[in-house]
Design a protein around this ligand. Structure first.
Ligand SMILES: [Zn+2]
Length: 402
């Protein structure tokens, strides 16, 4: 394959996580053992430095019916509210009639906050069930994939366009980016939110690598993509969401001066060689070390007769469990709030999901797969901690956060 951004064929494999099932599809009992496996490799483009997967699971398989609901966790909804208020206060406080388009709008959590601020809102969501939920909640949502053709069909332009955590999903990257330019008013702002590869590498949060995430950006690399389509990021900051995400503000090229804080972050990327292949290779060495350390920890705990449950059944947890080879010989079950996963099994390692309310006794150890909610988890489980239940975090983000 060629680079998804610059089309160069000069790609080098930097991380090999083996073959893995599509991690977002938790299995019904009759599906256990029948799930297909796909290569999960991170490659680095020697021309433009963008890290990406070299294999694409078809988007119709991945996004037809995903079960992730953004409204489920409180801190995520709080984050979306913050983003809406910030964008409105900074760019549209004096505008009377204002509009926002959300790409990958999920259950409408983000748009609800804009609606509360008086915006005309439109969501585009590829999952049928999720789009239906949003429409039922009064958030107008198209059940489609966003691309240039759809942007043209809409035939309207927006003051704001938001895309949270979809910009690395996109199979038709260039068509989508072009569609954003098409649908953005001349003075409009595109708010892009994406996992920051620099943070992923610093935290060894390699579980963020999975088939849905086709691309892994730093500031330098996403700028390059945006420039190809006449867009430019002019400001950004790092938020603790998902263990380290960039909230970036983008507009048509040449309209805004780059902010001082964005320039500083770009300088930090250069100083820390965040876009060098050597940094990616070092990241892979640390992943392999982490596997050894975690297996040693889990084996010792099991030999000491301790019970271990997984805390949360996030999709990213499957990358880790599958790469480590951790199944029911170590972890009895994955304890989850989201009742949509009730009675299902984790893809690959086949660990049963148990809903939190149904649990009689806590384990000796919670192996925390939803580590990005560390603060919230420790706060909500003080009673268990007091009773001596250990919470083990395989990943410890630098800025423990939401
Ligand atoms: Zn490239």
């Amino acid at each position: 394959m060629n680079c998804r951004v610059c089309d160069s064929s000069n790609l080098d494999r930097v991380v090999d996580l083996g073959s893995q099932p599509w991690c977002n599809h938790f299995l019904r009992p009759e599906e256990v053992g029948t799930e297909p496996f796909y290569p999960l490799h991170l490659v680095y483009c020697l021309n433009c430095a963008t890290a990406q997967l070299d294999y694409t699971v078809k988007k119709e398989i991945m996004f037809g019916d995903h079960t992730y609901l953004s409204g489920v966790t409180k801190s995520l909804s709080g984050h979306f509210r913050h983003v809406a208020m910030e964008a409105d206060a900074r760019f549209l406080s004096t505008t009377q009639v204002k509009s926002v388009l959300d790409i990958g709008s999920n259950d409408g959590t983000q748009l609800k906050h804009f609606q509360d601020l008086g915006y005309g809102v439109l969501g585009v969501e590829s999952s049928k069930g999720t789009a239906a939920l949003a429409n039922a909640a009064g958030i107008p949502t198209l059940n489609e994939f966003f691309d240039l053709a759809l942007a043209r069909r809409l035939a309207r332009k927006f003051d704001l366009i938001n895309a949270a955590g979809v910009f690395f999903h996109l199979e038709e990257l260039h068509s989508v980016t072009e569609g954003i330019r098409e649908a953005l008013k001349d003075d409009g702002v595109f708010v892009v939110q994406f996992l920051y590869m620099k943070s992923i590498m610093e935290n060894v949060a390699f579980d963020q690598i999975y088939h849905e995430h086709l691309l892994y950006y730093n500031l330098q690399t996403i700028q390059r993509l945006l420039e190809l389509h006449g867009l430019a990021m002019f400001d950004c900051y790092l938020a603790p969401i998902h263990g380290g995400s960039i909230i970036g503000f983008v507009t048509h090229a040449g309209r805004q001066e780059p902010s001082a804080r964005m320039q500083e972050m770009l300088c930090a990327e250069a100083a820390e060689r965040s876009n060098d292949i050597a940094t990616y290779r070092a990241f892979y060495r640390r992943i392999r070390q982490m596997k050894q350390d975690n297996l040693a920890y889990l084996s010792a705990a099991r030999q000491a007769g301790k019970t271990i449950f997984g805390f949360g059944a996030p999709v990213k947890g499957n990358t880790m469990l599958n790469y480590f080879g951790v199944g029911t010989d170590f972890i009895d079950c994955l304890v989850e709030k989201n009742t949509m996963r009730k009675g299902l099994y984790s893809p690959g390692m086949h660990i049963p999901v148990v809903i939190e309310d149904e649990l009689n006794e806590p384990p000796n150890i919670y192996y925390v797969l939803a580590w990005n909610f560390k603060t919230e988890i420790l706060k909500n489980n003080r009673q268990l901690l007091d009773r001596g239940v250990e919470f083990y975090f395989p990943v410890n983000p630098k800025e423990a956060g939401e």
